[in-house]
Ligand binder design. Structure first.
Ligand SMILES: Nc1ncnc2c1ncn2[C@@H]1O[C@H](COP(=O)(O)OP(=O)(O)OP(=O)(O)O)[C@@H](O)[C@H]1O
Ligand SMILES: [Mg+2]
Length: 340
């Protein structure tokens, strides 16, 4: 049993493939992007990569690009000198420097602001940068891993993520399938989480019945392994299987209904007014409103910039800080014309 098997519990064919890929790329130093839905184990895979590599005795540093506001993220990554900005009362090393000789995980990379993405691209070329407020270059040696639950390829097409950065990061792509596609792992995960939790709360191990296990194998786990872990721990603590089961079923129904709404609303039963008709107002789904509002705002800004540049698309793309290709895609998607 190697480090990969110790860290990543499960023996289903899909997870075995992930583990095989980890072993193959460990120590390669090639940039890796780890993708998959929330809770599938992206951070754990990053850790397994680090511990399977020659860098295992060195730092493993994680930066959550979604949790830190844009302007702070740059100083968090690259550090700053005393006096670089208001409040910088002492010099601080950035995460890249801390990760020297080790591994850095850029978690939720899809949320990194575009302005920082261009700096990131430069750093990935020569691993050289300067702390904010400093003129001296720092050079580091670290393995860069990135994780995301976004579809970055789609984001790149839409100009939300730099295409060149995407290609630089995406040398090796490790996709972790959602838990519902690998029910073979569920039994082992139940036993693993139950065992660990029993130790933690110093209680005897709860035996999960075949009925519960069958249910777990068929449930869709929208929150993936994290949801399974939480459920195992809750059952060990409260033992309220019937209530828990009802909650899981209700959650699954809500999910399915939500999904159906976005594709095609179910027809109302004859004689019975539909749910929407029973409500006094006909509210549109939030997702639709959000998409419409974004498209309107984007359309307005892009039209203004295009008018300002006399429809010089290259210049407009520069101003908007998106790629030329992404701008062409937007112009087509938003159906913009020179006379608009
Ligand atoms: N194969 C596995 N074996 C053991 N534990 C696992 C496995 N996969 C995930 N976990 C556990 O499930 C939880 C969620 O995993 P992790 O934080 O790595 O997911 P994530 O994909 O990074 O989620 P998010 O997108 O929300 O950040 C953690 O407690 C992790 O330890
Ligand atoms: Mg994570």
């Amino acid at each position: 049993m190697d480090i990969c098997d110790q860290i990543l519990v499960g023996k289903g064919p899909l997870l075995l493939k992930v583990k095989e890929l980890i072993r193959q790329v460990a120590s390669s130093d090639l940039n890796v992007i780890i993708c998959g839905e929330s809770g599938v184990g992206k951070e754990l895979v990053a850790h397994a990569l680090h511990l399977s590599s020659d860098r295992k005795g060195k730092p493993f540093v994680k930066v959550n690009c979604a949790a830190i506001p844009g302007e702070l993220l740059e100083s968090e990554l690259f550090g700053y000198e005393r006096g670089a900005f208001t409040g910088a009362d002492k010099t601080k090393m950035g995460k890249f420097e801390i990760a020297h000789n080790g591994t850095i995980l850029l978690d939720e990379i899809g949320d990194m602001p575009l302005s920082l993405q261009s700096k990131m691209l430069q750093v990935l070329q020569d691993f050289q940068f300067s702390r904010l407020g400093s003129k001296n270059d720092v050079k580091v040696d670290c393995w860069v891993l990135a994780a995301t639950n976004h579809d970055l390829e789609q984001d790149a097409r839409e100009g939300l993520f730099r295409e060149d950065l995407y290609y630089r990061l995406n040398i090796i792509r490790i996709f972790i399938p959602p838990l519902r596609e690998r029910p073979e792992d569920i039994d082992m995960l139940i036993d693993y989480f139950a065992g660990r939790f029993a130790q933690k709360i110093e209680k005897p191990l709860l035996i999960f019945s075949d009925g519960v296990r069958d249910f777990f194998r068929q449930y869709s786990w929208p929150g993936n392994v994290r949801e399974l872990k939480n459920m195992v721990e809750r059952l060990m603590l409260l033992g309220d299987w019937e209530t828990a089961k009802e909650e899981l079923l209700a959650r699954e129904t809500r999910q399915t209904n939500g999904h159906e709404l976005t594709t095609q609303p179910p027809p109302p039963t004859p004689g019975e007014p539909s749910k929407a008709a029973r409500s006094k107002k006909n509210f549109p789904p939030l997702k639709e409103v959000k998409k419409k509002a974004i498209m309107e705002a984007e359309g307005k800004l892009i039209s203004e910039v295009l008018a300002e540049t006399d429809w010089n698309r290259r210049r407009a793309a520069e101003i908007l800080q998106i790629s030329y290709k992404a701008l062409l895609y937007k112009i087509k998607e938003l159906n913009l014309h020179p006379e608009d």
